[in-house]
Write a protein that binds this ligand. Sequence first.
Ligand code: PLP
Length: 490
Amino acid sequence: MKRASASLLPSITLEGSGPIYLQLAEWFRRAIAEGRLRPGQRVPSTRALADELGVSRLPVLGAYEQLHAEGYLESFTGAGTCVAAAIPHEGPATPRRRPARTPSASATPAPRRVAARVAAMAPPPQTWLESQGAFRMGVPALDHFPHGVWSRLLSRHARDIGTGALVYGDAMGHLPLREAIAEYLATVRAVHADAGQILITSGAQHGLQICAHALLDPGDRAWVEEPGYPGAHQALAAVDAVPVLVPVDADGLDVAAGLRRALTARLAYVTPSHHFPLGATMSAARRIELLQWATRTGGWIVEDDYDSEYRYGSKPVAALQGLDADARVIYVGTFSKVMFPALRLGYLVVPKDLLPTFRAVRDALDTCSPMLPQRVLHDFIREGHFARHIRRMRVLYAARRAATQAAIQRYLPDVLQVVGAAAGMQLTALLPPEIDDVALSQRAAQVGVSVRPLSPCYRGEARRGGLILGYGGVDERAIEEGVRRLRRCM
Ligand SMILES: Cc1ncc(COP(=O)(O)O)c(C=O)c1O
């Protein structure tokens, strides 16, 4: 540790690591910012300081040069080097940095002020994430992903990238990819849209954020499903919108309850193909009621179709967007489940008259999506790998879903009541009221089982306890073992 104390200078202590000239410059910056060195105050000559510190003059010269360049020091012929007179001075201030030594518990500083809405944006405690084991939600069968094909396409584009992929792209996304998505949606989801209406996003959550910014002002009310997807609440909180909790039953969102609670809400967020988290499919009658509400009141419907590619035992349910004659639905899709979540690509289908609004919001939020993955995904779809992968995964997930249901039937028949298993890569099982699902998920995490509790998906008072089991990324042996371990936690 090097120390020097010039007569009128606070003692200089260099105890960090790294080049001495950087440590010295950092010491001066901090001393000036904290008011320990005042504007106009003389600092020692480089020779004197080097002598006092017992170092060569070179690092001191280097530090002073840097501080001159940054405007902390200035020199006058005959007067030596001083702290720049232009630095504002308010007397010695409390250091802004935490003291090097750990403060005692009583000295813990109060949290500093941040935006109030952040509290509402925080997700519920995610205890289940403490385990990487069986039933982690939202994880596809990554070991069955055609990595070879993906990396071949990726290196083809990386090798031959061209300058077009290196500049700012269109806020709406890569047009050939948008064309491929529009065709796919028309065929598979009965969505009516041309490529011009597709906006590429960084996943469904980003799509929800864009919708909230484009459609809601602070204080606007929005229907959200109860229980529902916490990410929808996060998107509303980001724009200071007010969620109106609308219950969900076996037919999906209870539209009549929504009408009673907030007839003039600006927006309704729904997962009609596969309700998150209870798994209901919205009935035709409810779909029509919802569309009629939107037409009558000028409300918007955000349709989150996050995982409906996988549907078991019945044909895929057509998207709500395809029924909408009044262009009131914004359709949200994602590649997180059908490809992999880290790809961070999804899309919105935007009504034509809203395109300038959505383009402006997307541009303001994050400009555009990265070009390279969009190009690779486009080829992946056009060369038929995408459709093939979905077909293979549908068979695999059907088997894993059956294995999960069978294991529950074998080991926990009287405890878990499966409710939402018609689609997707996860199922929900209700627990008897006396079992605390959050505590159970914590115990499960300790034995390597990752189950998400149902009750935090409720925001109101009446909560059902249950577990959400993601089976997409778990093989059948691990499913059996996972349910056995879960039984031990009961
Ligand atoms: C209902 C629902 N919507 C949206 C998302 C977010 O998906 P993404 O990864 O595309 O942001 C999820 C993720 O699990 C989800 O369950």
